[in-house]
Design a binder for this molecule. Sequence first.
Ligand SMILES: [Zn+2]
Length: 142
Amino acid sequence: MFFKKKHGDNYTTFRKEVRIARETVDGIITYSKACHPNEGILILTGKSKRNLIIIDGLVVPPFSVRGPYYSGFPSYDLPFDLSYIGTVHSHPGGSNRPSIEDLNNYYGLVSVIICYPYDDRTICAFDRNGDQFPLTIIDAHI
Ligand SMILES: [Zn+2]
């Protein structure tokens, strides 16, 4: 996900980056471990600015389906809420790369994946095209 900013007569391309609160990451880790060996999925809340996506909360989706190979929920069941900016789901296997199904079921602005063994090193965020966002975990309250 790129956007352009005008600098005089020149356009510079900036990459969006993602910042995620420490306590949100801890919640994702706890939930993923509880779901293991199945996938778990949660809704991410936060806000999006021009070059920044800030994630600071989690919501358990209604009617979520969990299984070893697929986790998802019908997005038409979700209440309309502007603070819903994407989803996070776990991969019980050792890869946090998005699958074709993940890209086909993309919801919102950002998709976060965490894979086994579910720690800070196995979490990543990607955009609708499957390209990875730079991801920073923020300790302070944001
Ligand atoms: Zn997946």
